[in-house]
Write a protein that binds this ligand. Structure first.
Ligand SMILES: *[C@@H]1O[C@H](CO)[C@@H](O)[C@H](O)[C@H]1NC(C)=O
Ligand SMILES: *[C@@H]1O[C@H](CO)[C@@H](O)[C@H](O)[C@H]1NC(C)=O
Length: 342
């Protein structure tokens, strides 16, 4: 019964506010809140690309391409992508792009940071650590949903949890390695277990956009018995770039548009080299299974279908991506295992 009430409440959240208030008036809410702690299944909220922050540390060995980028060398952790206004305030664009960039290592078939740049994702466990990088842009870091859940009685770090992730890397499928995600998946399993045991309830996991892709791989990486024991529901909302697979081709060709990777005063084209260095830039290339022979890119010289993506990468000057595309992305295009949770 309790779980039906929870589900009804979650569904109510999907309604526009006035209608929700009408169906579930404030007096009723207050009454419900008294016992809410016992009824609520803990919920993990995982939003889309660039809502998580990134911190960096530059070791002594760091060789900046321009001397000013070494200013924070050996000075400990600092917010590399946290408050994006800081980047333009401190004329840090070039340094930001250099220190955010990843390299693909063909020997390990994995992406990694530049040597002597270390990174970490702060605020694991709480939702207040998600930050909209463009404070004036459309709210896409689940802000409204988080507020609505708080109204229902959810509490940050207790019944509502965050699992920020390094959005530069793509979540691996079984058989692929990922230094970032092997640690992240392990930490997340432990947090799910601890939360579930603390509240004597299974947990709900909610993933939006890229966060949905991350959480889907997380679930699929866990043993079936573990899922049965700990997962009440998995909710995926638009679990890919919300604008669809075709826009990822535009970002590859012309750089990340809009707020995808917001940096004040930077153009999409100036961010393109950094964006292309991220594994995330190639994960949503249209697959032949979904797009077949339909032309996806039409130019005067030739058309490209999903079968021609490697040629396209070469023609846009990004032939470096062909190897990781073949070895890390194509296996995912053929991996359709159901998550096997309600
Ligand atoms: C972000 O940085 C800008 C300028 O550096 C500052 O004015 C603003 O208050 C900061 N915002 C937050 C949320 O810290
Ligand atoms: C490309 O596709 C368009 C639309 O389907 C078609 O009209 C055009 O003839 C094609 N161009 C080439 C070079 O094949």
């Amino acid at each position: 019964m309790a779980s039906i009430i929870t589900l009804v409440r979650l569904l109510l959240l999907l309604l526009p506010v006035p209608l929700r208030k009408h169906l579930w008036p404030a007096s009723h809410q207050a009454e419900d809140l008294a016992g809410a702690g016992e009824l609520l299944h803990p919920i993990f909220m995982v939003p889309g690309v660039s809502c998580s922050d990134l911190e960096a540390r530059l070791t002594e060995a760091y060789q900046p391409s321009i001397p000013s980028c070494g200013a924070l060398k050996a000075k400990g952790w600092f917010g590399l992508y946290e408050n994006s206004s800081d980047i333009s305030e401190h004329h840090y664009h070039k340094c930001f792009e250099e220190q955010m960039s990843l390299v693909y290592d063909p020997i390990r078939n994995e992406y990694r940071n530049l040597a002597s740049v270390e990174t970490r994702v702060p605020y694991f466990g709480i939702v207040k650590g998600y930050h909209q990088k463009n404070p004036l842009g459309p709210k896409w870091c689940l802000t409204r949903l988080i507020e609505a859940l708080e109204e229902m009685g959810y509490r940050d770090g207790d019944t509502m949890l965050g699992a920020p992730y390094d959005f530069r890397y793509a979540a691996p499928i079984p058989g692929q390695t990922s230094q970032f995600y092997s640690h992240y998946f392990k930490e997340l399993m432990e947090l799910v277990e601890a939360t579930s045991e603390k509240h004597h309830k299974k947990v709900i996991i909610f993933g939006h956009s890229l966060g949905g892709m991350v959480i889907l791989e997380f679930i699929r990486s866990t043993p079936l018995a573990w899922r049965d024991k700990y997962i009440k529901h998995l909710i995926l909302v638009a679990p890919t770039l919300s604008t669809g697979f075709l826009s990822s081709v535009i970002y590859l060709a012309s750089g990340p548009q809009g707020d995808l990777l917001y940096v004040p005063k930077a153009t999409a084209l100036s961010l393109r080299p950094m964006w292309r260095s991220f594994e995330t830039s190639i994960i949503n290339i249209p697959s032949t299974k979904a797009y077949g022979h339909k032309p996806i890119v039409i130019t005067k010289q030739r058309n490209y279908s999903a079968y021609d993506m490697e040629d396209l990468l070469t023609d846009i000057g990004f032939e470096h991506a062909i190897e990781p595309f073949r070895r890390r992305v194509m296996p995912k295009m053929n991996y359709f295992k159901a998550p096997m949770v309600p």
